[in-house]
Design a protein around this ligand. Structure first.
Ligand SMILES: C[S@@+](CC[C@H](N)C(=O)[O-])C[C@H]1O[C@@H](n2cnc3c(N)ncnc32)[C@H](O)[C@@H]1O
Length: 197
């Protein structure tokens, strides 16, 4: 059976890595939310051999993630845990960082709220939350391509849609995480980093 493949992951992994990798130089563990195909996990675990990268997603994506993990032969990646945000129980052990790519606009807003609260619970003191994807600012989606993407998302599921950076930052603050960096990424995406206080 062919492994699932995401061209977006191939395109965005290096720009994400330029921000992520230096900030994780002393971290021991990362929890990835919504690992998707598993490509990011394999790529980042290859670069970050000093830490353990724990994948997670809804059950329907586990077999694809496992194919990528098995083929990689890497020993510093954890097989996916079943983590449907808003429904499943979160891991109880602390992680030094949480990474999630292209998930906040896919899950319903109540699940985004739960994600921020649970991420803050899961992070160790000083831990980092990396959230990658398209975002709007003060309600405005700047890029034409992202406006069209937002329309397509809402047509397919009215609970989906590009999230507002300011609303996400408020969730972070409420959960006890301060904004560390808001990085522009290629293709009109952002990589935002919050730090647990
Ligand atoms: C567009 S894919 C992105 C996958 C991968 N992170 C990437 O960047 O290619 C969205 C991912 O979010 C996951 N997802 C959506 N809603 C979720 C939820 N409520 N809990 C956990 N994962 C969710 C999906 O299963 C899927 O893996």
């Amino acid at each position: 059976m062919h492994k699932p493949f995401s061209q977006a992951c191939e395109n965005n992994r290096s720009p994400i890595g330029e921000v992520l990798i230096p900030l994780l130089s002393t971290s021991a563990s990362v929890l990835e939310l919504g690992s998707g195909t598993g490509q990011h996990a394999v790529w980042f675990a290859q670069q970050l051999t000093h830490l353990h990268w724990q994948t997670s997603d809804r059950m329907e994506n586990h077999s694809g993630i496992n194919q990528w993990l098995d083929e990689s032969g890497l020993t510093n990646i954890g097989a996916p845990i079943a983590l449907d945000i808003g429904r499943d129980v979160w891991p109880t052990q602390p992680f030094d960082a949480v990474f999630s790519s292209n998930t906040a606009h896919i899950m319903a807003w109540p699940d985004v709220e739960i994600m921020f609260g649970q991420v803050a619970e899961t992070l160790s003191a000083g831990g980092l939350f990396f959230l990658y994807g398209p975002m709007k600012y003060s309600g405005v989606i700047a890029a034409v391509s992202n406006r069209a993407f937002d329309r397509r998302l809402k047509e397919s599921n009215p609970r989906q849609g590009i999230r507002d950076f300011n609303a996400l930052d408020r969730l972070a603050l409420t959960a006890g995480m301060n904004l560390l960096e808001d990085n522009a990424m290629p293709a009109n995406n952002r990589l935002v980093v919050w730090q647990k206080t």
